[in-house]
Design a protein around this ligand. Structure first.
Ligand code: C5P
Length: 219
């Protein structure tokens, strides 16, 4: 099968972790490497799409022919993604923080003598994916990711419905050779009435298979 052409399509991809600052020296982050989202952006651009990649803090080179916007926090990612609308397809591959410190301390937090605990107050972040799916300029396809440690298909299907997505790509984290820091991955791609297992395969090959599914749905 030849790779589906994506010429003429505007594809917006988010990738990587977000860092939520606690004070000038510390942050809350996560183990997302950004590799899956970068592979999707690279493959989509190679197939002729006009690609904007909103990237959290990662150490990855920019794919060829991709417009990259670097952000740090979930709040910054929300702003950058909204600026990327309208588009035909939004693929939310970023591991966005669900909670962020209520405030960032202006000075480095010091431990006090005899202090055993420190309570950080966290507030929920806005859900970028759900907001894109509910937007007046909703893309034709909104695709999410779900990293789960258990009940992968069940939780992912719940997110598909709750966030009003067209597709969700679920992967099991904590399995050697797939997921966050790995070069390979395996995905269960779920829509309202079907499930397709992709991989295990290198992330770039998997990106191609996912883009084939996306192109099929847009046709
Ligand atoms: O609910 P959960 O965080 O597991 O959902 C994962 C999906 O939602 C990913 O596609 C992620 O990019 C997106 N997400 C988001 N904004 C958030 C939290 C998650 O866009 N604040």
């Amino acid at each position: 099968m030849t790779a589906a052409s994506l010429a003429g399509l505007r594809i917006l991809v988010s990738a990587g972790p977000t860092y939520e600052d606690i004070d000038p020296a510390r942050f809350l982050g996560n183990r997302s490497s950004g590799k899956m989202g970068f592979a999707i952006a690279a493959e989509a651009a190679q197939r002729g799409a006009d690609v904007v990649l909103v990237a959290g803090p990662v150490h990855l080179p920019s794919p060829a022919q991709v417009r990259r916007v670097n952000v740090r926090s979930a709040a910054q990612m929300l702003v950058a993604v909204m600026k990327g609308l309208p588009c035909d397809v939004y693929i939310g591959a970023a591991a966005v923080a669900d909670f962020t410190p209520r405030s960032c301390s202006p000075g480095k937090i010091k431990k006090q003598p005899g202090q055993d605990t420190l309570v950080l107050e966290l507030v929920q972040t806005r859900d970028i994916l759900a907001e894109v799916a509910a937007h007046a300029q909703r893309p034709r396809l909104v695709v999410g990711f779900a990293a789960e440690t258990d009940n992968v298909a069940g939780y992912a299907r719940g997110k598909l419905q709750r966030k009003r997505l067209d597709l969700i790509c679920a992967n099991q984290v904590g399995v050697a050779g797939t997921g966050f820091e790995s070069d390979d991955n395996a995905l269960l791609v779920i829509d309202a009435d079907d499930e397709r297992a992709l991989g295990p395969a290198p992330k770039r090959a998997l990106a191609g298979q996912l883009l084939d599914l996306i192109a099929e749905r847009l046709a």
